[in-house]
Design a protein around this ligand. Structure first.
Ligand code: GDP
Ligand code: MG
Length: 433
């Protein structure tokens, strides 16, 4: 345990500073600042005021110019803020300069997001990943004067007045802890790979629930699967607890995975750290995109999630768009508006269970689309197609004939174009021989 932990101090009232750089789209700084407001509130820190700085170029000392820095500090004092949050990344040196200059806790967007992820992390893997990302973030910042969360664990920031020896000691401990976390993480990731491979052997369709923080993803997962057994109790022994199985009306089973909230400008360390977790999204047969219909920024949330999906290469996946929390919506005309913008979207309440039958029905439709039952005759020289179909895992039977390979199976929709010339019959495949 760290000696530094005793010196933590919880902050409660924030001044947020957004930055608009010439390289950014008009209005982008403002938009990011609105998002930052939500993120900070998510940490139970009250946002007292926000201010947007038009910056021609980042300055090395305080990010903003000295005059501006004085102005920001005066503003913070005036409104009784005990923390200043910058929307742009601060280097460790800039952060120290600020804290020495203002004698006030100064953090950046990265640290806010790291803290949110730390609070939300549930699985062992997630806890380890966030812990690691956080340690790596704080290592060059050990000299800092303040830290804003008393419940912060392990991040290690030195209290004021601590000597160099203490600092060296902290650094050594943090490095040790980083090495330990890496080892633990490696074990967990190996375990998960084994599980995934086991799952792939028996192809059960999977879906990932994606969406902005607080949209109601976990609530939806819980609600949809409340009456069904936890996946880990059944087929997939030690599966990540955020994956559960959902039984559809026709008895088909889908594995539903909850994902961590999507926010803009995810700290790089976290993108890396969560890559493994987000891989579930990339491998999913389809996505359920959940949005909070009552939120004034719902359109931005939609865009944000889409841009993270784009980064993952998963933005073209089949997606059910689901507007949640209709029970809390006073202005019903909003539904009509959103419906015209998103034809085919569903309006539900995960809390009350409203619209969930329709949702599961739509899942069935999607699965029918994603799995084409086909009978094929593939010429022997099209080994590329044959191996593609093998990889899909859907082959139910095969016979080597003179004219080619005769296959029956259920295949993903994306092979439809590829196999079209070789379809013998369309429809339910016969029972396995
Ligand atoms: P996540 O961050 O997307 O996983 O969101 P959560 O499932 O944790 O939900 C965030 C908050 O919204 C919680 O306080 C939920 O109780 C609430 N919530 C979720 N679904 C609904 C809903 O349908 N109606 C209402 N009124 N609140 C909801
Ligand atoms: Mg959640």
């Amino acid at each position: 345990m760290f000696s530094v932990e005793d010196n933590r101090k919880k902050v409660e009232r924030a001044l947020l500073v957004g930055i608009q750089l010439p390289s950014m789209a008009p209005g982008e700084g403002e938009e990011l600042l609105r998002e930052l407001t939500e993120l900070v509130e998510n940490l139970d820190i009250q946002v007292m005021a926000t201010t947007l700085v038009n910056l021609r170029a980042p300055q090395s000392r305080y990010l903003v110019g000295t005059g501006k820095a004085e102005e920001i500090l005066a503003h913070a004092r005036e409104i009784g803020a005990d923390v200043i949050v910058f929307d742009e990344d601060l280097s460790p040196a800039q952060q120290r300069n600020w804290e020495a200059f203002g004698e006030i806790c100064v953090i950046d967007r990265q640290e806010v997001i790291l803290d949110i992820f730390a609070e939300r992390a549930q699985t062992r893997e997630a806890v380890l990943q966030v812990g690691l990302a956080r340690m790596e973030y704080s290592l060059p910042r050990l000299k800092r004067a303040w830290t804003h969360l008393s419940r912060q664990r392990g991040g290690g920031t030195g209290a004021r007045g601590q000597g160099e020896t203490q600092l060296e000691e902290d650094r050594r401990l943090v490095n040790q802890r980083i090495a330990q976390l890496r080892r633990n993480l490696k074990e967990v990731v190996q375990q998960r790979d084994v599980q995934r491979r086991r799952r792939l052997k028996k192809p059960v369709p999977t879906a990932s629930i994606v969406g902005y923080t607080n949209a109601g993803k976990s609530s939806l997962l819980n609600r949809l699967t409340a009456s069904t057994v936890l996946a880990e109790d059944k087929l997939f022994a030690t599966l990540d607890p955020t994956t559960r199985q959902l039984e559809l009306p026709d008895g088909q089973v889908v594995l539903l995975t909850d994902t961590v909230g999507f926010v803009r400008r995810l700290p790089h360390a976290l993108v890396e750290a969560f890559k493994a977790t987000l891989e579930e999204v990339v491998h999913a047969d389809f996505l359920i995109h959940v949005l909070d219909v009552t939120h004034p920024e719902v359109r931005h949330h939609f865009e944000t999630t889409l841009s993270v999906l784009r980064e993952l290469g998963a933005d073209t996946k089949r997606t059910l768009t689901v507007f949640n929390k209709v029970d809390r919506l006073e202005d019903r005309s909003r539904i009509e508006q959103l419906r015209s913008e998103h034809p085919g979207a569903l309006f539900i309440s995960a809390l009350r269970g409203e619209g969930l039958d329709e949702l599961t029905a739509r899942c069935l439709d999607l699965l029918a689309e994603t799995s084409l039952p086909l009978e094929l005759l593939i010429p022997h020289d099209r080994y590329d197609i044959i191996s593609r179909l093998h990889r899909s895992g859907g082959i139910r039977s095969q016979d080597m004939l003179d004219e080619g390979l005769h296959l029956r199976g259920v295949f993903p929709a994306e092979v439809a174009g590829l196999v079209k010339p070789y379809i013998v019959k369309n429809g339910r495949p016969q029972e396995e021989e």
